[in-house]
Design a protein around this ligand. Structure first.
Ligand code: ADP
Length: 241
C-alpha cells in the first residue's frame, strides 16, 4: 500500500514536471509562429517574397516544436516506471546500416560521407528500437555540428562481452569544461547558434536509454577537431549462452 502510494506520488511529480517543462518550452516557438502568421495576415500577404520568408520562419518553428514535443514524450515515457525494455538479439551492423540510410539526404545534398565499420555477425542483446534512437540522435548531432570535414565514422567492436559503438565526427568539438554537462536535460553549448535548431534533449535521451540497459556511455572531444560519442550494449552470446 505504502509502495503504491509512493509510486503514485512519483508518477504525479513526473507528470507535473513534464507539464511545467512542456508549457514553458512551447511558449516561445508558439509566440514566434503567431507573430509571423499575423505579419502575413496584415503585411506580407500580397508580397510573395516576404510571404515566403515569413512562411519559412513558421515552418522552422513548427518543426522544432514538433521535435521538442516528440522528445519530451519519449523522455517522460522512458522515465516512467512503467517502461519495459523489449530486449532481443539483433545484428548491430544491420541496425547501424539501416539507421545510416535515414541520413541519405545529407549524403546526397550536403556531401556527407558516413563510414560504417563493424564486424560481421556481431549480435547485441538490447531494445532494438531504442538503440536505433540512440544512433539516430548521435548521428544527427554529428551532422549538425560539423562544418567542413563532412565525414562521420560509425564503429562497433566487441569488448569484454559487450559491444562498443562509437560515432566520430571531425566538427567543432566541445570545450573540456562543457563536456560533463552535455548529457543534462535542455543543455546546449551555444543555445543561440544560428541555423542550429535543437532542444537540448537528444543526449539526455541517449543517457536515459543506455542507463536503462545498464550500459556505459561517454564522449571524447577536442575543440575544433571533433567529437567521439560512444556507448556499450551487451553482446548476445556472452551474456546468454
Ligand atoms: P541539441 O542537439 O538538441 O542541441 P543534444 O542534447 O543532442 O541537444 O546536445 C546537447 C549539446 O551538446 C548540443 O547543443 C551541442 O552544443 C553539444 N553537442 C552534441 N553533439 C555534438 C557534436 N557531435 N559536436 C559538437 N557539439 C555537440
Amino acid at each position: 500500500m505504502e509502495m503504491a502510494a509512493r509510486e503514485f506520488q512519483a508518477t504525479e511529480e513526473l507528470r507535473r514536471d513534464f507539464i511545467a517543462n512542456i508549457s514553458h518550452d512551447m511558449k516561445t516557438p508558439l509566440t514566434v509562429i503567431k507573430m509571423y502568421a499575423e505579419m502575413i495576415q496584415s503585411i506580407s500577404g500580397d508580397n510573395p517574397e516576404k510571404r515566403q520568408e515569413h512562411l519559412e520562419h513558421i515552418l522552422r518553428e513548427a518543426e522544432s516544436l514538433s521535435e521538442f514535443i516528440n522528445n519530451s514524450i519519449d523522455l517522460a515515457r522512458l522515465q516512467s516506471k512503467t517502461w519495459e525494455l523489449k530486449r532481443a538479439g539483433f545484428d548491430i551492423r544491420h541496425l547501424i546500416q539501416s539507421t545510416v540510410e535515414l541520413f541519405e539526404i545529407h549524403k546526397e545534398l550536403e556531401g556527407f560521407l558516413i563510414f560504417v565499420e563493424a564486424e560481421e555477425g556481431l549480435l547485441a542483446f538490447a531494445d532494438r528500437n531504442l538503440i536505433s534512437r540512440v544512433l539516430n540522435n548521435l548521428i544527427s548531432n554529428a551532422i549538425k555540428f560539423t562544418a567542413d570535414k563532412k565525414q562521420i565514422d560509425v564503429r562497433a567492436v566487441k569488448r569484454h562481452g559487450r559491444i562498443l559503438v562509437s560515432v566520430k565526427d571531425y566538427g567543432q568539438g566541445i570545450a573540456e569544461e562543457q563536456l560533463p554537462y552535455v548529457w543534462n536535460r535542455y543543455y546546449r553549448v551555444n543555445p543561440h547558434e544560428k541555423n542550429k535548431s535543437g532542444t537540448g534533449l537528444g543526449l539526455h535521451i541517449v543517457k536515459e536509454i543506455i542507463e536503462l540497459h545498464g550500459g556505459n556511455y561517454g564522449v571524447e572531444s577536442r575543440q575544433g577537431q571533433g567529437s567521439t560519442f560512444w556507448f556499450e550494449v551487451y553482446a548476445w552470446k556472452d551474456r546468454y549462452t
